[in-house]
Design a protein around this ligand. Sequence first.
Ligand code: COA
Length: 144
Amino acid sequence: MNETEQNSDNSPWVANWPLFLRIMKFGDGDFLQTIIETKDGHPVGFIIFRDMLNKSTQIELKRIAVNEKGKGYGKEALLLSQRLAFEIYKTKKLYLHTKIENIRAQNIYKHVGFIAETPDPCTSFYLDETDYEMMTQSKHRGLY
Ligand SMILES: CC(C)(COP(=O)(O)OP(=O)(O)OC[C@H]1O[C@@H](n2cnc3c(N)ncnc32)[C@H](O)[C@@H]1OP(=O)(O)O)[C@@H](O)C(=O)NCCC(=O)NCCS
């Protein structure tokens, strides 16, 4: 996770936690740190979720970074994070923030169904349980 945060293509966009803080966050019930792996168990990135103590209401997708970009890992991980949030944790809302200059991430978030929040349409995105349900129904009908 540390190497991924420090990767020069990621470091402008994601914070880098020192080791002591990362370890502390593993003991903090409000955070969930997950590794993105290929099917054969090769780690390619990570996602950190926050607001887990409040998860029946909302979950924040706090940080995502992938090392091998453009291979579909980010998209798949974001779709899985939506499934985790709405189908496993049964939250009402999954939300996230980006830096205003992070156009790549903003495009990818929109691409996987996140909705730009007004009045902050560049940097805040969300998906609520109704949007998620409509999205999955459309996918099953081949409309999405
Ligand atoms: C954001 C990030 C996680 C996306 O992961 P990724 O594995 O590179 O993305 P994917 O390969 O899954 O691409 C997802 C879709 O976005 C499209 N896409 C990829 N790069 C893009 C770009 N630069 N601009 C617009 N769309 C792009 C892909 O074509 C793909 O669409 P498709 O499914 O129709 O082919 C990754 O780029 C990353 O780690 N960025 C640095 C850290 C960061 O910005 N994190 C977000 C902080 S808010």
